[in-house]
Design a protein around this ligand. Sequence first.
Ligand code: CU
Length: 212
Amino acid sequence: MDTHHDSHESGSSFWSAVNVLIGLAFGVFALGAGAVLIGGGLINSLKGKKTPEAAHAPAAGAPAAAPAAAAPAAAASSVKEEGGAAVVTLKPGAANPMSFDVTSFTVKAGQKVKVTFDNDSTTPLQHNWVLGVAGSKDRLIAAANGMMAEMTKWMPRGYVPDGPDVLAHTKLLNSKEKETVEFTAPQEKGDYPYLCTFPGHSMIMQGTMKVE
Ligand SMILES: [Cu+2]
């Protein structure tokens, strides 16, 4: 499934480097936001059962509290059935463009699956979608992060790791590009990880395809 691009100008590696920096920036941001949320939760726990009204009133002029993280609505299902096939569309997350909006979906063993990854983000991040075999998540993350030292080697390969861990994948998609990949779900039931293996993204940009 490799696509060969002939335009390997020096600018390409420049943009890859920029993408890594943007990706890392978002990663740090996301981790920071997570820490704030966790910290806030701990503080609320320590405060016990006090109602917000009973809590200490904020000092006058104190900045407004950060908006609560929008709880992702539990969608009934991200999968549409079309002629026996499971059809799923993924996009970058609205709140964090270095995540997938769908972090879990379920298909049947042996079912035909059509996954469209629509890189419809206003943030100019390149992404891919890589589905791994059950239990391969940590190996794929390590492979993806290991590419950071050899960006020019992996860029023309869409940052898709080598080897038997990869079941299906898109090419590397620029912002506003999309691709649909079709494959047959494994016969073995279980959790199959999917990741964006652009170096630096996979720790956050990941999800699970459940085979039932
Ligand atoms: Cu990505």
